[in-house]
Design a protein around this ligand. Structure first.
Ligand code: ZN
Length: 310
């Protein structure tokens, strides 16, 4: 009920603004919802990246984010878990949602008592690396069984809740390495939302056509397109395609081009985002697009809403 009353209040507020700003679409105009997702890789928590996020949040406190969190930060020897939790919390807002992002880190496999596998690597890396950290580029979908992935998801969710995070129900696989095995494992663990596909063409500039990343993605998501929209994968589990990619790979101009394509095709959902570990470099590119997306939507008579998650 509260949510309904708030919606009414927001609608009436929008109506008021529509009178004041000529270009603002009417409250009953079609809507495009843009979802901002953050992949937390498990690599590092550098102040320059966390600070870039905090500054963005201060400027755009009305834009929710879906944090796809990685428990690996907490698994390294001799870390201060309280400090790590505080660092992550410093970037969060109450309007956000906490989900899960996993790579095939050896540390995580060991902690979850799953036999570590070294191939295939989506970055053509040698992941045997005895004695060192490794596994980041191992394809979860290709390297592990459904049972192992199910155990990994349960264990990773528990690692996050043990640190005081919400039980994750949203997911993205590292390197978008997602297929039927992860689908079954997510379903078995009560996940509701996955965003592990993207059009491989968005990565060609940085990865190259001959890279394993592109080859694996073309096998996993051969028909993926920037116009892809949410679909049900299994009972209760929705797939929200990462149809605009992440800002490390999608330029501001490309993001605007995708956004306008979606407006023209009357498609209501765009999923974009960035990596925490490179927020310092790429979050500005997302910010540069915001005003232009708002203007393009207004020009098309379509209302832009920033996606939030139940
Ligand atoms: Zn990742």
């Amino acid at each position: 009920m509260l949510r309904f009353l708030l919606s009414c209040w927001v609608l009436s507020l929008s109506a008021g603004l529509a009178n004041a700003i000529e270009t603002e679409p009417a409250p009953n105009a079609p809507v495009i919802t843009v979802y901002i997702t953050v992949d937390w890789e498990g690599w590092s928590l550098d102040e320059e990246n966390l600070d870039a996020m905090r500054r963005f949040r201060a400027r755009y406190p009305y834009i929710p984010m879906l944090h796809l969190l990685n428990p690996v930060y907490f698994l390294r020897p001799d870390v201060d878990a309280e400090q790590i939790k505080a660092q992550i919390d410093s970037t969060l807002l109450p309007i956000d949602t906490q989900g899960l992002h996993l790579h095939g880190w050896k540390l995580l496999m060991q902690r979850c008592e799953i036999p570590y596998r070294t191939t295939p690597s989506f970055a053509d890396a040698d992941e045997r690396c005895p004695g060192k950290e490794c596994g980041y580029t191992v394809s979860l979908e290709y390297a592990y069984s459904t049972e192992e992935l199910s155990k990994l998801l349960a264990c990773s969710a528990n690692l996050l809740t043990a640190q005081g995070f919400a039980r994750p129900r949203h997911f993205r696989a590292g390197g978008w390495q997602f297929g039927p095995k992860l689908t079954a494992a997510l379903h078995a663990n009560g996940f509701l939302w996955d965003s592990s596909s993207l059009p491989p063409s968005l990565l060609t500039e940085k990865w190259g056509e001959d890279s394993s990343m592109l080859k694996l993605l073309r096998r996993l998501h051969p028909d993926a397109s920037v116009l892809d929209q949410p679909r049900l994968l299994a009972d209760g589990l929705w797939h929200y395609p990462n149809n605009a990619g992440l800002m490390d790979y999608t330029s501001t101009a490309q993001l605007l081009e995708i956004f306008k394509k979606l407006l023209d095709a009357k498609k209501p959902v765009m999923v974009t985002g960035f990596h925490q570990e490179t927020a310092f470099i790429y979050l500005d590119k997302l910010e540069d697009a915001i005003a232009q997306m708002e203007a393009a939507a207004a020009l098309a008579g379509i209302r832009l809403e920033w996606g939030s998650y139940d």
